[in-house]
Write a protein that binds this ligand. Structure first.
Ligand SMILES: [Zn+2]
Ligand SMILES: [Zn+2]
Length: 433
């Protein structure tokens, strides 16, 4: 493996440049037109078979995507920032790309998944924030790579280069999935519905950071929370607050009642549940009975049943209060993910392999994630078809917490992660042993 590791060391500068380019042109979920276009150009040059647009995205299960005008604005911006118009035309409004290398030699199908979206965060422009000081701070206001997916995209490209260089030594089929819209858990389900992971025997993905020091590595994670994100609109009737209050249907009062009742849903004896109304906007003017209200709500549970419990209760409250106040209600699902367990035996194999990488100095056997991740849809599908899945964590020193405006990470993790993925690829898909 030393030849591969030396090669990966030799492309470190390239990985950092990729990462900083994605960082500078950060794009939030379902807007990753420039990022996708750049990734496609690189993978095309390397000779992969590429699938994108409606080949990999099922529009009917796409969640939390902006309206057509918003998408058009994002496309125009991306083209101004260097995306290929020709490639974007073929994307049909949907971001993300899957690269396939079929060696035509019998062997397993292995898939690697990298999320590529940024967060809705305004990046810091203070003198202690390296991306600002070194000139690769986001130029797209309100969009920032504050979770490290710029790194994930760069790692995916590093792996793509390494695979092509050593492809004569490989068997089976290799899939590189560059997934849009992980933030808010919106993108993975649409890819799973197109059958992209149906034939996968080994599925690997992961995240950098999460409070693991540089040199630490977790071969598996546990306790993904199952979650559902919804936008809820109440539509009532406006009227004169002084002259005809009885003629209005008050959406603001209804939403207020809903918020208090939702937050009073009892916890469940079987495990962790969460519910949060994070946004409530209502009303149009001081002397008008409020005709409208918008709530952004999320529910979570330690497993899918617990999430379902708190979700059902939430919907029940919302619908009954709408009824009480004579309102119309519109509920839109904006994101969703499920609970999944990594395969323990698979993670033992991973652990044994990565210990041969000198940059990995410390193994955390089972990292608790605590949040939600929509890779869970892919992992679950692979497992149901008899394959193995794992979600790993690559330690790296971070400058601030994930989703913070000063998030940044130690870029040496890029090469280390490419080595981990390469080592595992050669474990399962090496032509000879
Ligand atoms: Zn995140
Ligand atoms: Zn993330």
């Amino acid at each position: 493996m030393n030849d591969k590791f030396n090669y990966i060391d030799s492309i470190e500068k390239k990985l950092i440049n990729y990462r900083r380019d994605f960082h500078k042109y950060a794009e939030s979920g379902w807007s990753e037109f420039r990022s996708t276009s750049k990734i496609i150009q690189i993978l095309e040059d390397l000779g992969y078979d590429l699938y994108y647009g409606l080949d990999i995205i099922e529009p009917s299960v796409v969640m939390g995507r902006g309206n057509d005008n918003y998408v058009k604005e994002q496309i125009d911006r991306a083209i101004k920032q260097g995306a290929s118009k020709e490639i974007i035309d073929k994307m049909k409004g949907y971001t993300g790309v899957v690269a396939v290398l079929d060696t035509k030699i019998e062997g397993p199908t292995i898939a690697f998944r990298f999320d590529i979206d940024a967060n809705d965060v305004i990046e810091s422009t203070e003198e202690d924030h390296r991306p600002y000081v070194e000139g690769y701070c986001s130029v797209n206001k309100g969009m920032m790579h504050a979770c490290g997916h710029d790194g994930h995209a760069a790692i995916g490209l590093g792996l793509a280069h390494t695979i092509i260089r050593y492809k004569k030594e490989l068997k089976g089929k290799i899939k590189l999935i560059f997934q849009p819209a992980e933030e808010g858990v919106r993108g993975a389900k649409a890819i799973v519905h197109k059958g992209v992971v149906n034939d996968v025997d080994y599925f690997l993905t992961g995240h950098l950071g999460f409070n693991l020091e540089s040199g630490s590595f977790a071969p598996m994670t546990k306790d993904f929370l199952s979650t559902t994100k919804i936008d809820v609109e109440y539509k009532g009737k406006g009227s004169h607050a002084g002259a005809a209050p009885n003629e209005g249907n008050n959406a603001l009062l209804a939403a207020s009642a809903a918020v208090l009742n939702i937050h009073a849903i009892p916890p469940h004896k079987d495990g962790v549940t969460r519910v949060n109304v994070g946004v409530l906007n209502a009303g149009v003017g001081r002397n008008v009975i409020a005709p409208n209200a918008l709530m952004k709500i999320e529910t979570r549970g330690e497993n899918s049943d617990l999430n379902e419990y708190v979700y059902r209760k939430t919907i029940n409250i919302l619908e009954n209060i709408a009824n009480m106040y004579d309102l119309n209600i519109i509920i839109k699902k904006m994101g969703e993910s499920i609970t999944v367990n990594c395969d323990e035996n698979f993670s033992k194999v991973i652990e044994k392999e990565v210990l041969q990488i000198k940059e990995i100095k410390n193994i955390i056997p089972n990292k608790i994630l605590g949040g939600s991740e929509d890779a869970s849809f892919m992992m679950d599908k692979v497992q149901k078809k008899g394959g193995k899945s794992s979600y790993m964590v690559f330690g790296t020193k971070i400058a601030a917490g994930h989703h913070n405006e000063k998030f940044d990470f130690d870029e040496s993790v890029l090469g280390t992660a490419v080595k981990v993925y390469t080592k595992l690829l050669f474990k399962f898909n090496r032509k000879w042993n």
